[in-house]
Design a protein around this ligand. Sequence first.
Ligand code: 3MF
Ligand code: MG
Length: 344
Amino acid sequence: MDNQGYVFSFGPWNIHEGADPFGPTVRESIPFNTKLAEYKKLGFDGVQFHDDDAVPKMNDLSKDQIIAEATAVKKKLDEHGLKAEFVAPRLWEDPRTIDGGYTSNDPACRQYAIDRSLRCIDIAKALGTDLIVFWLAREGTYIRESKDSRDAVKKIVEAIDTMFAYDKTIRIAIEPKPNEPMDHTYIPTTGHAIALGMLTSDASRVGVNIESAHAILAGLDPSDEMGFALAYDKLWTVHLNDQNGLKFDQDKTFGAVDLRRAFNQVRILDKHGYDKTGSMVGLDIKAMRSQKADVATKHLSNSREIFLRLLEKSRTLDAKAEAQLIAARDYEGLEMLVINHLLG
Ligand code: 3MF
Ligand code: MG
């Protein structure tokens, strides 16, 4: 199936061993280089990274060693004909990030978060991308009184300004998520992320990465969140997936729960030329724990195929009938037009 001008990406963590908070791994680990060899076969050209996906054990390495390792990874990407889409600092596993990264109450821990973010920039540059993704995993609280929400926002802004001063070319796409692992996070929605950018030294360098499941967990419609970001020219990448109701972040196959909700995400992207912005169609999808190892990449190829089939549906919706029904304010008719079209 042709990519229709879209470039698809996923992160190596999307091919995984199936551990969850209640049980151990159920599939063998696949080495990073073996994963890279899968990308093209599955129809993908972009690789998303956490900083330590590219440079494992980076905390034990010097800046020069980190850059050398990342440069070797870039060579591998080139060999496979792949591009790095973004790098995200992983600020949620180290003991120094127990109480958050940039918003930790301990100044030494906050400094660790900033230092780590600067190394993340070094890695991004070596991999040939200017895009940093911020999933602000632990920038929030379990109990409200433990941090001051006004000061927390200022601390995130300070961290961004430090990163912008360190490198003049990088851009930061914030990936909002309202909860999990925290009870509440400080930047829960697209609106918060874009507004946060306005407080930084250069708002033009702060955009968003909208994840379908995260928007749904915030009680919002992902396609409307995307539309909001598109109106600001801030939709720099997406994490398409699906989510069945308000529970833990499921990262299900795109469109697997609500095909129409997925249709509307594809539609808003395609109607507004997302394919021409240089941004990739990123997935953030986990294989079910019950999936056998030899077929544990189907969630990725299926999601890409569902995107492309919905693209076809979006482009073939009867535009004249749609316009007439809207003009007549016959929204029941419009509903049936869409349903009939999706049913085929
Ligand atoms: C968490 C996520 C993360 C981020 C990733 C990149 C595991 O809910 O969605 O994926 O997308 O860390 O920032
Ligand atoms: Mg994500």
